[in-house]
Design a protein around this ligand. Structure first.
Ligand code: SF4
Length: 64
């Protein structure tokens, strides 16, 4: 099962990933990013991969 991993040292909390797939990525009131589910599923895979591509900090990875 592939997992979504965020490098919080790189993340700048700009919300790009949340804009693509809000059921996986959520920014809280303190601008802290939460990964709501770290499993890559057939349902979310296309948009998770899009968020990996679009993250301006290249902070998101998929670990096989
Ligand atoms: S797109 Fe990247 S930098 Fe922006 S909030 Fe998501 S993980 Fe952080």
């Amino acid at each position: 099962m592939s997992k979504i991993v965020v490098d919080f040292g790189l993340c700048e909390s700009n919300g790009v990933c949340m804009g693509i797939i809000p059921e996986v990525f959520d920014l809280d009131d303190q601008d802290y990013l939460h990964v709501l589910t770290d499993e890559v599923t057939p349902d979310n895979e296309e948009r998770v991969r899009e968020s990996v591509r679009q993250c301006p900090r290249q902070a998101i990875a998929i670990v096989e």
